[in-house]
Design a protein around this ligand. Structure first.
Ligand SMILES: C[S@@+](CC[C@H](N)C(=O)[O-])C[C@H]1O[C@@H](n2cnc3c(N)ncnc32)[C@H](O)[C@@H]1O
Length: 396
């Protein structure tokens, strides 16, 4: 049985809260025992006064060392051991799920000390406290809420307290990530729907969706945790590529159109792009500004561009699309989608059955995007002085 003794000026309140629901049932079934102790009962004065003004002056009073020690010593003698003693304090180390796991694993008996007023006499801390734990960078009136939080977080990890371990292994912070969003019945509520994937009955798809949501939440809400994550597995890399591709979809603010490039227009493009204008080049503009520049050149049927580890589907005439630059301010928009639409249109107008592409290996965003659209991977090639990846799309 895991044992927690809580030293406090409000034993009834703390005891009541920790006897409810899951922790209450776990106590009835003897998986855990949480007892509270009134610090006032250990004073030697009639008024049961436990606080006094701090030496050196200052705001308010602090809890005196002796009643704290007498209470602590009583617990120690009753338990016939020296329990690991924690003082809840804003000066402590911030409590994490890892601490909860450590406390559940390494001890079977804790004493939690709740301060009040302006804190407690340092000599009790120096003499009898093993560690100080803070709930976060804020100040509470007393240590009770922090002690209840620590007791709750530790107790639910004790075997038997929750129905099965997956209950907590699936949760936020267990594997350094935040939990995915959850939904329950009804499927439609206040005009909002449950994500379709959760009702499809395909367990694998559900797991994949949840992992993706966890990655997204952790990235957006807790960049500190995200930076520590290992997402190098093949599955996670696929999810990241999917996320990147989906995030390209922020709509551009203006309609887009293409104009054939001229050397003057090419020279006036304000963002980095291929220096010399290749033949058959176009500008994709949105509003009055150029958003991207690309070339669309006719390839002869037999021209395979020297693809090294693959080949085009069929030796037929085609149009070769190459992106020569894009406005970096328009990353994470649907610019690439729009550009592919325009290129398809131009290739169709030229009567070509294939649109082929040579994507620079450096253009990670475009490469991730190609996985999400209908273009097929065809191999690697060296083209116009750069290592590229060949893709093609059959135009119906
Ligand atoms: C008003 S606080 C004392 C604050 C103290 N004077 C200071 O500035 O560090 C009173 C009691 O609340 C508890 N407490 C306050 N903030 C806490 C936090 N962030 N985490 C854990 N316990 C806290 C401690 O037990 C503390 O003794």
């Amino acid at each position: 049985m895991y044992h927690i003794d809580i030293m406090t000026l409000f034993p009834d309140t703390v005891g009541d809260v920790l006897s409810e629901s899951i922790l209450g049932r776990a106590q009835e079934r003897d998986y855990i025992r949480i007892l509270t102790h009134q610090i006032r009962d250990y004073t030697k004065n009639k008024q049961k006064q436990v606080d006094d003004y701090p030496y050196g002056g200052g705001q308010g009073a602090i809890l005196q060392a002796d009643p704290l020690y007498q209470c602590w010593d009583h617990i120690r003698q009753e338990r016939q051991c020296r329990p690991h003693t924690i003082y809840l304090s804003p000066c402590g180390k911030t409590f994490t799920q890892e601490d909860a796991r450590r406390l559940a694993r390494e001890y079977d008996h804790l004493i939690l000390v709740c301060g009040h007023y302006e804190g407690i006499d340092q000599r009790f801390i120096d003499g009898y406290v093993d560690e100080e734990i803070s709930l976060g960078d804020f100040v509470l009136t007393g240590g009770e809420i922090a002690a209840m939080a620590v007791a709750d977080a530790v107790c639910r990890l004790i075997p038997g307290v929750l129905s099965h371990d997956a209950c907590f292994e699936d949760e936020s912070h267990w594997n350094g990530m935040l939990e995915y969003p959850q939904y329950s019945r009804p499927a439609q509520w206040h005009g909002m729907e449950v994500p379709k994937v959760l009702t499809c009955g395909d367990h694998k798809k559900v797991e994949r969706w949840r992992r993706k949501q966890s990655i997204l939440r952790t990235r957006d809400r807790r960049p500190d945790l995200y930076a520590q994550l290992d997402l190098s597995s093949k599955e996670d890399q696929k999810l990241l590529a999917e996320i990147r591709a989906e995030e390209l979809l922020r709509p551009l603010p203006h309609p887009v159109y293409t104009v054939p490039a001229t050397p003057e227009l090419w020279a006036s493009i304000p963002w980095p792009h291929t220096d010399a204008m290749p033949p058959h080049s176009y500008l994709l503009c949105h509003g009055p500004e150029p958003a991207a520049c690309f070339s669309l050149e006719p390839l002869e049927a037999e021209d395979d561009l020297g693809i090294q580890d693959g080949k085009w589907s069929a030796p037929e005439r085609s149009m070769l699309l190459t992106l020569h630059g894009q406005d970096p301010a328009l990353l994470h928009t649907d610019l690439v989608d729009k550009l592919l639409d325009r290129a398809e249109e131009l290739a169709r107008q030229a009567g070509s059955p294939w649109l082929r592409m040579a994507v620079s290996k450096k253009d990670k965003e475009l490469l991730a995007h190609m996985k999400a659209v209908n273009f097929q991977y065809r191999g690697n090639l060296e083209y116009q002085g750069a290592r590229r990846v060949a893709y093609e799309l059959r135009l119906k």
